[in-house]
Design a binder for this molecule. Structure first.
Ligand SMILES: [Zn+2]
Length: 417
């Protein structure tokens, strides 16, 4: 059997013919060269408007990289024609196997992108003797295709979150679909400003926005205002994950300043190494941490009182009816306002001023995958950490969409991987 009959089966090119296959030297490596020519009488298509036109001239032969066979690199060799397009002028022809100026064959890009779902981009580049850049371009193409071909018709609940891009104050705004039946990353935007969120709604479109029933986010008035303005019909909800992370930050502050005070007084550093017992839920503590927590509870420290207030607040989420939860919330806030723990009082004030959004939680918690934002937040953090070194926002976006976007791939004639 000849290589070209395999090629005709897995990648038939309308209007083009595979010719002989021969050895080729590429950067001192033996490769296979597959000669391609245009079918006799076929007219080249303009790469801009895709209309066929009369040929103008022929450019020198170019190499296009294909999926390697038996560990041997494979290249298509083709001399591209130029078209005298009646609309666009003299243009290079469009070939079915590659996009624009790409020297990678589209099938090969899907091949690399497929592997990049399973391995790190660096590993993919090493395994197939290609460059990191080529893997990136391939994934970028796959993401672009996936975004263009996804349907947003079924989105009724979204969650808005932020993600630290790297150290310092660089953030991304993330928007997720958070229904039990469909959870995916919908959108990534630079920064976490009002402009970012407005940009999301603009790209999401009025039709899709009108279908939203729940919008879940953190407590931040400017965001909430924009959601009210853009998606008035939706119920705005502040979720458990975000609320509890404010408690974590408050306890951290109290613990750190108290540890400093104790140290200044020359007292036992009881708070050293206690951070995790104060942030974790009791059931998640390791044995050593549980012992440490027991120790801490014996002393009436501010950090411990704050911890108890936080643990007590967890009860809020367990109510079946929002009226009862409201009663609990008010009582908890009153108690906390008397606690003389300033960071906790700040949390209480914040909860009070977002009271109605908090209570909306009870209307949505059975219909929305409320834990999804936290899950995505963790995954997104791992993803960006793994992608460290990828400083550019373009690369970070591609990685995030690739990992969390649940994007589809086209049905190709042949599945290479
Ligand atoms: Zn044209």
């Amino acid at each position: 059997m000849q290589v070209k009959s395999i090629l005709n089966r897995i990648q038939l090119q309308k209007g083009f013919v595979y010719e002989n296959v021969h050895w080729l030297n590429v950067d001192q490596t033996r490769a296979l060269g597959v000669e391609i020519r245009a079918r006799k009488g076929s007219r080249p298509k303009c790469s801009v408007c895709e209309q066929a036109g009369p040929g103008y001239d022929v450019l020198p032969k170019r190499r296009f990289e294909f999926v390697p066979m038996w560990g041997i690199p494979v290249f298509f060799l083709y001399a591209m024609r130029r078209v005298a397009c009646s609309t666009c002028g003299i243009k290079v022809e469009r070939v079915p196997w590659a996009e624009g100026k790409s020297h990678l064959i589209t099938t090969y890009k899907w091949f690399l992108a497929g592997w990049a779902r399973r391995l790190s981009w660096k590993e993919v580049a090493e395994a197939f003797q290609t460059t990191w850049d080529n893997v990136f371009r391939s994934v970028k193409m796959a993401v672009k295709w996936g975004l263009q071909h996804r349907s947003l018709d079924n989105v009724t609940a979204i969650g808005i979150d932020e993600l630290a891009r790297r150290k310092g104050h660089k953030y991304l705004t993330m928007v997720y679909q958070i229904e039990s039946s469909a959870k995916r990353l919908l959108w990534v935007g630079k920064d976490r400003t009002q402009k970012t969120l407005i940009q999301f709604f603009r790209e999401f479109g009025q039709k899709n926005t009108a279908r939203l029933r729940f919008v879940v986010s953190d407590m931040w008035k400017p965001y909430l205002r924009i959601v009210t303005k853009k998606a008035d019909q939706s119920l705005q909800v502040i979720d458990r994950f975000h609320v509890m992370s404010h408690f974590g930050k408050a306890i951290d502050k109290i613990r750190a300043s108290e540890a400093r005070e104790l140290k200044a007084k020359g007292e036992e550093p009881v708070l050293t190494g206690s951070r995790w017992c104060l942030l974790k839920r009791p059931k998640n503590l390791t044995d050593g941490q549980a012992v440490k927590l027991q120790e801490l509870l014996h002393i009436n420290l501010k950090a411990v009182r704050a911890y108890i207030l936080k643990e007590d607040f967890q009860k809020f989420w367990t109510y079946k009816r929002s009226a009862w939860a409201a009663k609990f919330l008010d009582a908890w806030c009153r108690r906390t306002m008397r606690s003389r723990l300033n960071p906790m009082k700040t949390v209480a004030k914040m909860l009070r001023s977002h009271r109605s959004y908090l209570l909306n939680w009870f209307a949505c918690k059975d219909q929305v995958a409320t834990g999804a934002i936290e899950g995505f937040n963790n995954k997104a953090n791992v993803t960006t950490r793994k992608a460290f070194g990828f400083r550019s926002i373009d690369v970070q976006k591609v990685v995030l969409y690739q990992t969390l976007g649940d994007l589809q791939e086209p049905a190709l004639t042949h599945k290479f991987c």
